[in-house]
Design a protein. Sequence first.
Length: 190
Amino acid sequence: MNIVIFGPPGAGKGTQSKFIVDKYNLYQLSTGDLLRKEIKDKTELGSEISNIINSGELVSDNIVGNLIEKFVSNKNYKHNIIFDGYPRSLIQAENLDSILKKYNQKIDIVLKLSVSLETVKKRILERKIKESRADDNEDIAIKRYKTYEKSSEPVINYYRQSNLLRVINGEAGISEINTEISGLIEGIKG
Ligand code: AMP
């Protein structure tokens, strides 16, 4: 089973992905985590992208596409991936489909966590204290939310058309969301 988890920054994608990974033995592919690792390891790519990430903009589709393909092509992860933070644009959604097709895979469900800007601001400030991410401050949080609003609509429509989209109230408590997600996943497992 391949799952896409989708939503604005601070929606709880990472938290819910970890829960799904543990419960269903999947591998989490977080493009944000992979990109932050490049910065931390001071790679060439890391220095190229750090300003973009810290300004709340999106990294190029090409860069993230390459990261994704490396993961999808790895036989150990075959049809066992949760995509966290990817795709974030229509081009990325189309790209993901063609990469998956190339490796004989598909997406089984898209979970969209909906949360308001107010909640995003609150959660990001809380996370800053715990994780000290450079892009977790109020101004950048607002910028990241706006970036999401601008690019997410076509992605949502894309998955709605293919009947894969399930919308979840991301304002609910963590365990309530866990339960809702489990129900949806059990539903597709049949
Ligand atoms: P995240 O950890 O998912 O909130 O991502 C943090 C930052 O990494 C984003 O604000 C973007 O700058 C960058 N990023 C993560 N995933 C993507 C993606 N799929 N496409 C472009 N940029 C991304």
